[in-house]
Design a protein. Structure first.
Length: 160
């Protein structure tokens, strides 16, 4: 595979990070974690984060090291918060939407909001993803990634 691929993700608890690392390892590609400069720790951070996600608020993020336009495919990952992407990923997409050639999405969830989150991400990017993958937090804990191989294959086979 000659495509240059970047996995970009935000993770509050480590669940989304685990999937991002699995994708990066499987595809042997670059990875970058988006860091929200607003504290999302503890129950207060969880509640404020959900409210910010529902309101589609942006947040302040640490400057990224990698430029999305340097990559053929950018794979964007987020936890689902209140049936939305996280403010950190919304901010990343807002700042970079014109730099994406092709995109793919993945999300981790407690169980709901997957379709709505993917639609929100597609609208924010103004681009249709070449592949999507969702997994619940309980599946991640059990290392069960149903649909993961199909997601990877779609990315590998995508031809611009």
């Amino acid at each position: 595979m000659n495509k240059k691929i970047l996995v970009v993700f935000y993770s509050r608890t480590g669940t989304t990070r685990k999937i991002a690392q699995e994708i990066s390892n499987t595809l042997s590609c670059d990875i970058e974690e988006i860091v929200d400069l607003k504290s999302r720790a503890g129950i207060k951070g969880f509640m404020v984060g959900g409210k910010d996600a529902m309101r589609r608020n942006l947040t302040e993020i640490k400057p990224v090291e990698r430029t999305p336009s340097d990559y053929d495919i950018v794979i964007i990952g987020t936890p689902v918060w209140a049936s939305n992407m996280t403010p950190a990923i919304r901010t990343y997409i807002t700042y970079n939407r014109n730099k994406f050639k092709d995109i793919a999405f993945f999300c981790t969830t407690g169980g709901t909001g997957i379709e709505r989150t993917f639609i929100e991400m597609e609208v924010a990017c103004d681009k249709k993803p070449i592949a999507t993958f969702a997994v619940t937090a309980s599946q991640v804990k059990k290392n069960i990634y149903q649909g993961f191989n199909e997601f990877i294959e779609k990315i590998k086979k995508h031809d611009r």
